[in-house]
Structure formats: C-alpha cells, structure tokens
Design a protein around this ligand. Structure first.
Ligand code: SF4
Length: 785
C-alpha cells in the first residue's frame, strides 16, 4: 500500500496517474491509497471519515470524506473498493471537497425583481415556482413544462424528478445533460442488446490481452482507470493497445496502433475493421449462428469498405487498419471502451454499434477480459438513464410497450394516459428548440450549465436570455446559466446530502452526508419534494403522488420500480451498501451476490416483452414499430446493426478549411463549476488553448503560444495555440472554459468557450449533439501574451 505522504499536492497534480503498481494478467490490481488533506491537517486530526464515492467522472472511485469541526477537510481512497483500490485522481483529490467549500456558494434563493436577482426566502422562491407552474398547467397544459437536469445528481433525486415530471406534471419534455455525454452509450447498448446496461467490468482490464479505446481519452477522462491500464502495461504480459483518436493523447502515445483518423469518420473505420474480421475468418461462427441476427445485412453494409477505401476517408494508412483488425481478430481476450470521440461525432450510434458487432463476431462478451464498456462521461449519468429523468422511462422500460406503461401507472397510482408515451420522449436539443419557439414556457434546469455546455452558444444565450419562458435554475453556484434565471435555488452538493449513485460499470455506492450545506442551501431532493407538495400532485385514489420524506424512502420506491427489470436493485439496500461499500446491479431480492459480467449466458434482453426499445434505422433515426421488431424476432439474440457511411454534416471547405473538435483536460470536469474552484487544478490548466498540427501552423505562420482566432459559421474563440501531433487539418480546444471567472475588464465577453463554434446537429438515433466536427478557419491575432 502506498500513500501520498511526502508528495506535495503540486507534484500529485503533475503526476496525474500516480506511482506505478505493476501487475500481471489475471492478478488482482494492487492497492494504493491516495489521500489529500487541507494544509495543516494530519490524518490523526480528522474527526470522522464518511463513506462516499467521487462524483467527478463516471469512474465513481470509492472514497471517504475527511471531516473536522463540521467541515470537509480532505479525501481518502478506499483500498477495498473494486473500482479504484484506493486510488484517486487529481479531480477527486482536490476538486471533490475543495469545489464545495468556496466562498461564492449560493446560500439563499434568488428571485428576479426589476431585472435583478435579489435574495428571497425559500417560501417566496418556491411559491413563485409553484404558482407559475400551476398557472401554466391550468391554462396551457403539461406540454408547457420542460425539465433539464444533470449527470451529477443522486439516484433518488432523478427518480423523484422522473415521477414528478411523468406522473405529476405529465410532460414528455424531460432530459439531462446526459444527452451530451452518454446518450449514445445507452442507444448503442439498446440497439444491439435490447436494453441499456454495461456488459463489462473494470476487472476486465486486469484480464485482457488487448484493449481498444475508441474515441476514449481515458488518461484524461477516467484517470484512475488509466492508472489501472498503466499498471498492466508496466507488469508482465501487458495488453496491446489500439487507440482511435485524431489527437496524440497520453493514450495514443502508449498505443501499439494509433489510428489518428479525421474527425467525423469513425464509421468508415469501423466498417473496414468489421470487414477485415469477416474476410479473414476471425469469427466465432457457432456463436454468431446461435446468438445473433443480422449478419447478412451487416455484410451488405460493409462489403465496399476495404482498408484502402477507409484509409482514404479517414486520412490514415491502410496497413494500420489491417494491423488493428489483426490484433482484434487474433487476441483471445479484447476489452473495448468507447467514449466521446465516437459519441459526440457524426453517426455516433452506428459507429458505436459496430464496436458491439466486432465483439459479437468473435463471441467475445461476458467473459473475463473480453467485453465492451460503452462508457459514461458523468458520475451519475447511469442513474439518470435508469430512473428516467432524461429521455428514458424508469427501469429501462419501453415507451412503445403498453404493458411497461401500465406497470408504471400501477406503481405510481395514476392513469396510464397521464404518462407521456405517444412518441419518443423529447431530447435536450429539441427541448431547447421548444423554448426557442415559445411552446415550453416553464423550464427547470438543475445541476447543469447549458450556457457553456450546449453547442452553438450564441443561440443558447439568445434562448435563455430572450425567451418568455419562466426559468428556474438550481445549482451550487451562480453559473453562467443561473444569471438568466427568474428563480435561482441554492442546492446542497456532494458530502452535504445522502444518496446513492452508480458508476459506468453498474457499481452502486452510497454517499453519506458528511457536513451541513452552507447557508440555506437544500438538497436537490428536498427541493423537488417541496415542489411536489406545493403542487399537490395526487394518485387516482386521492392520496398524494409522493409521500417520501427522505432519500431512503425514495430509494425503496426505486427498488420496487426496478424489480424484474435488467437493472434490478431489489437485493441492494442502504445497509448492504454500508456493509459492502460497492455493489453491482443486478442483484435481486434474496440474492447476496451480484452479476458481474452481463451476457455470460449469451441471453440478451431482446424479447419483445422485455426489451427497452424496438430499435431504429441507424441511418435516419426512424423508429421501428412493434410489428417490425416482431418480424425480426431476435428472441434473446443480439442484433448486428449498422448503417451506410454518410460522413460529417459540415465538411471543411475553402472558407472554413479545418475540422474543429472539442475534448477534455485531466484537470477539469465539465464547465469547471467545481474544478475551477480548486487552486491546484486551476494552476495546472488555467485557461483555454487550441491545438494544431505543425504543418497547419506553419502554413499560417504560427509559432507555439501565438494567440489565434478560431472562427466557425456560428462564433469565434480566441486562445493561444499549442502545436501538437494532432491529425493534419484538425483543430482541438477543451470545452471546459466559460465565463464565470473571466476577468471583469475582459474586452470581449465571449471569446473562450469552445462551444461558441460548435454546430446544432445531433446523431439521428441517440440525439447526442455533434461536438466533434465543425468547419473552422484559424488566423493569427497576436504574439504570445
Ligand atoms: S477517476 Fe473520476 S471518480 Fe476517480 S477520483 Fe478521478 S474524477 Fe473522481
């Protein structure tokens, strides 16, 4: 066991993944306990260590919060947690607790008076919210309401919000910023396997012979998972690594094959990889025959995609595609991970389904070292998908299946017609379009900052600023979005409330309240329950729709909702979580062991009565109806699906000759609401930058550090340039940087957010916005400042 003793915070920030603990394939990942404490506080000074898990990425590392004198003063990884074995990355070590204690937390509700936000009592603020909501429900109906939430609340909060929105208000206009980060993960899992749910587990890193990272800069996004990979690479029998990324990331630099493809061309590459595996006969034909459908259609879609053709489209060498296919086709155990490079790009679901297809072709799923992680971005995104505060129905239910709607209606005691299910639920981009058009007139935004995170920010600012919608914003801080609100509600955050959440590998943690929130801030759950009480939502029998008083009440209700569904929580209680620390779903009532890997038995939830979707046409997004699905008759088999390649929506041209793509830094999370308030992380990555290839920089007379303007058809970004090994004609900027901490004397108010440039486009199936391809031009502004 290693501790961070003797290592300064500054060194640990620089050494993102910490000291190596090498291990061999098939062995357990050694413990290494990381700890960070406030200056002057030693471990012995801590009054209490309170069980939790980190909420700064989808890894969900188990940890304990250090409390002294009623304040959070540090954090320590839990050595017995299967997710992290004690490790924490820079964001967890510093932003988790420091991000909560800043002096500019919201401590009282604010209401808009005479154009200004002024302090108000909770009663006044919530009365305004409930009064406007009631007026609109009476005058216009439920379609006047929209709810846009997060990937950072707790399970209980999502479930309460889902019941309020779907059974209380009755609106289909509910989504989360999970649409921006994991909608494609869910869509790809549903299309192939019939329901959401991550097939693999992190222990597969310990077991695999090869890892494929598709658009997944794991070294920056899930730094602790990457430490696990680095430890395998440092030990005997290391896995081969294949990275698909236009940038030369830390992952790409460790890769045996780095496929630096042009942004937006993922599906062309995937077609070629699938074709190679089929052509070379690297398939498990018995598995395919017994457990899949759709092979002939798949063959038809990829037959023209020779490595040479894909190489031309993707801007890479055909031999590199062949080598990647050979590694996939000849390794015994391959683990694939997929993230935003695929999810936020053109034809996101089709490309991600091809990853699933590769594994099915080889029967490589559900066994140690062989599996798929269609990764999540945010820490609690999985719970939003499970609980249905986004565009899903709770418990992975199918909006086209009347029996599923009836189950929810019985559970909630309402008429099934109350629950919107006449069409696909509204996705985030459409939700904001309805606000723009004036049909949504009450918008409640919780724990997210769309004024920085949505694409095409000039338009989003216009919508938030000029629409006549009544805007409620609930957050820890006065974010760029909260500045537009009619009512701002101060929320308690991590460590200040109790609740559960589930990481990307289905691992559930309980995060206990460690300290009181500042001022009058209240948990998001308290706020939602207060709204439900004021609105007096009722069941058919006249009883209150919601009678929960705290998180464990809600959790028990959620357990019932999950009963019999793929995400069955009925065997996971708060007490189990307290005793065991981390528990995977599914675990059914009466069971004491969880299912580790899904689909070990090759039984997929594609039966008509069971599945979460009847699927889509992956090219157009057209919804397949029940008769079409019944005719396919997958009946427990996985579905090999893809689509013809069509390429990115806004290809480069003479005026905008470069391809703009956005991404992440290891030091920041989303719009830096927390990480921007941890000094160590701010010092490590203080401001936005732009990356370009050497040839592109030279063609424009640019030297390292020169300040450039990047312009698209929608806006502009001004930042210093870094010359890097990014693919030629590609331009990268991190998307974290908004304006809350911009200098007050800034000459221009909006030049530093990457989403000033991005495009209002989305994948036709997952509806995930396309952040990874926009045509831009770059011009020099001035010398380094
Ligand atoms: S890897 Fe993710 S969950 Fe783990 S400490 Fe870092 S930010 Fe937190």
């Amino acid at each position: 066991m290693q501790r961070m003793d003797g290592i300064t915070a500054r060194e640990r920030v620089r050494d993102v993944w910490g000291a190596r603990t090498p291990f061999d394939r098939g062995h357990a990942w050694p413990d290494r306990v990381d700890i960070a404490l406030a200056e002057g506080v030693a471990e012995d000074d801590v009054d209490a260590w309170v069980q939790s898990a980190c909420v700064l990425c989808s890894n969900g590392c188990g940890c304990d919060i250090a409390v002294k004198d009623g304040r959070m003063v540090g954090i320590r990884g839990r050595a017995d947690d299967p997710v992290n074995r004690g490790r924490l990355g820079p964001k967890g070590l510093f932003a988790s607790w420091k991000g909560m204690e800043n002096g500019d937390r919201l401590t009282t509700p604010l209401v808009r008076e005479g154009g200004e936000l002024v302090p108000a009592s909770w009663d006044d603020a919530m009365d305004r919210v409930a009064r406007r909501s009631r007026e609109l429900l009476d005058e216009v109906g439920p379609l006047s309401h929209g709810f846009y939430t997060s990937g950072q609340l707790f399970l209980e909060e999502y479930y309460a919000l889902a019941v309020i929105g779907k059974a209380g208000v009755g609106t289909p206009h509910m989504d989360g910023n999970t649409r921006l980060c994991t909608a494609t993960a869910a869509a790809a899992l549903k299309e192939t396997f019939g329901a959401d749910g991550q097939p693999a587990v992190y222990e597969d890193i310990d077991e695999c012979d090869a890892m494929f990272l598709y658009g997944h800069n794991m070294a920056a996004t899930q730094t602790v998972a990457w430490a696990r990979v680095l430890d395998r690479l440092a030990g005997p029998n290391p896995p081969l690594i294949v990275a698909v990324d236009p940038r030369s990331t830390a992952v790409a630099r460790r890769a045996d094959v780095h496929l630096a493809i042009n942004p937006g061309t993922n599906l062309a590459l995937m077609h070629a990889l699938v074709r190679e595996v089929l052509e070379r006969g690297w398939t498990d034909d018995d598995y395919l025959a017994a457990h899949t459908i759709g092979l002939d259609e798949l063959r038809g879609q990829i037959e023209e995609w020779t490595p040479e053709r894909a190489a031309e489209v993707c801007g890479i060498r055909a031999d590199d595609i062949r080598e990647a296919a050979r590694i996939f086709g000849t390794s015994r155990r391959v683990l694939s991970t997929v993230l935003q490079g695929f999810y936020q790009s053109a034809q996101a679901t089709a490309a991600s389904c091809q990853v699933n297809n590769l594994h099915l072709l080889r029967g490589m799923i559900g066994r140690p070292g062989a599996g798929i992680l269609q990764m999540n971005g945010q820490p609690t995104a999985q719970n939003n998908r499970e609980c249905g505060a986004d565009g899903d129905l709770p418990g992975f239910r199918n909006w086209e299946n009347q029996a599923h709607i009836d189950e929810l209606a019985t559970l909630w005691g309402v008429d099934s017609l109350k629950i919107p299910h006449w069409a696909e639920p509204t996705h985030a981009m459409q939700l904001f379009r309805y606000v723009e058009q004036g049909s949504i007139r009450f918008l409640w935004i919780s724990a997210t900052n769309p004024a920085v995170s949505l694409p095409q920010l000039p338009r989003i600012r216009e919508i938030l600023g000029s629409s006549d919608a009544f805007l409620v914003v609930q957050d820890l801080y006065l974010t760029e979005t909260a500045e537009f609100a009619d009512v701002v509600l101060p929320a308690a955050g991590w460590g200040e409330k109790t609740g559960t959440f589930t990481n990307t590998t289905r691992t559930v943690h309980l995060s206990e309240k460690a300290v009181d929130p500042p001022g009058e801030a209240r948990s998001d759950l308290d706020i939602f329950l207060d709204y439900a009480r004021r609105m007096d939502f009722r069941r058919l029998d006249g009883e209150p729709l919601i009678d929960w008083t705290g998180p464990e009440d809600v959790y028990r209700a959620w357990q019932e909702c999950s009963r019999g569904r793929p995400c069955d929580y009925t065997g996971i209680s708060y007490d189990d979580l307290r005793a065991e620390g981390a528990v995977r779903w599914p675990r059914r009532e009466g069971e004491t062991e969880s299912v580790d890997r899904l689909y070990s038995d090759a039984q997929f939830p594609t039966r008509r009565e069971q599945c979460e979707t009847y699927g889509h046409d992956l090219l157009t997004g057209a919804v397949l109806d029940e008769p079409t699905f019944a005719a396919l008759n997958p009946d427990g088999r996985a579905i090999l699906k893809s689509a013809p390649y069509s390429g990115p929506h806004e290809p480069p041209d003479d005026e905008y000759p470069l391809r703009f793509t956005t991404g992440r830094s290891a030091y920041h999370f989303h719009t830096r609401t927390k990480t921007g308030r941890a000094r160590e992380l701010v010092e490590a990555a203080p401001s936005v930058w732009v990356e370009m290839a050497e040839t592109d920089a030279a063609a424009r007379g640019l030297a390292e550090g020169d300040v450039v303007e990047v312009r698209s058809r929608r806006g502009r970004l001004v930042a210093p340039v870094r010359i890097s090994a990014i693919a030629p004609a590609a331009v990268f900027a991190p998307f974290h940087y908004g304006y809350w901490d911009a200098p007050e004397d800034a000459a221009e108010p909006h030049p530093t957010a990457a989403n000033e440039l991005t495009i209002t486009e989305w994948d036709p199936v997952s509806k995930q916005p396309v952040f990874k391809t926009a045509a831009v031009r770059v011009e020099r502004v001035r010398d380094p400042s």
